[in-house]
Design a protein around this ligand. Structure first.
Ligand SMILES: [Zn+2]
Length: 154
């Protein structure tokens, strides 16, 4: 699979940049978490250069982070910059701090999402996006109870 593959979906005018690799440090344990980020938006009048989206992810990932905040910051900046009809961000990450503390292996993997506008209001748009990124794990927004010590602690 291509990294940073670019997709435009003509019938809905949804723009998707998927499988953006990122590497970050959790601010609670100063241990790495890393994985893939997927960003989609439906432009209204303005667009972002597609190559800028991975750079945007990188800028936020380079700080000390928690996964939920990283997800929200990426979504918020796209929303604020171009006022799209909708924006969606999904982050899938493995957290070393969780695996090292002996949490069950499958729980060291976490999925977070931020959905605004059409992606929040329109189930079909949201499903279309989720289908296109083909999550390898759970449905975003649905959390299991254990193993998320590092996600959203703040
Ligand atoms: Zn941590």
């Amino acid at each position: 699979m291509l990294n940073n593959a670019l997709f435009t979906v003509d019938y809905s005018e949804m723009v998707i940049v998927k499988d953006i690799d990122f590497y970050s440090l959790c601010e609670h344990h100063l241990l790495p978490f890393f994985g893939k980020c997927h960003v989609a938006y439906i432009p209204s009048t303005r667009v972002i250069g597609l190559s800028k989206i991975p750079r945007l992810v990188d800028v936020f990932a380079r700080r000390l982070q928690v996964q939920e905040r990283l997800t929200n910051q990426i979504a918020d900046v796209v929303r604020d910059k171009i006022k799209p009809i909708g924006v969606a961000v999904v982050v899938e990450a493995t957290h070393l701090c969780m695996s090292m503390r002996g949490v069950e292996k499958q729980n060291s993997f976490a999925v977070t999402s931020a959905m605004h506008g059409a992606f929040r209001n329109n189930a079909r748009t949201r499903m279309e996006f989720l289908e296109l990124i083909k999550l390898r794990s759970a449905v975003p927004g649905v959390r299991e109870s254990a193993g998320y010590a590092c996600v959203g602690d703040d």
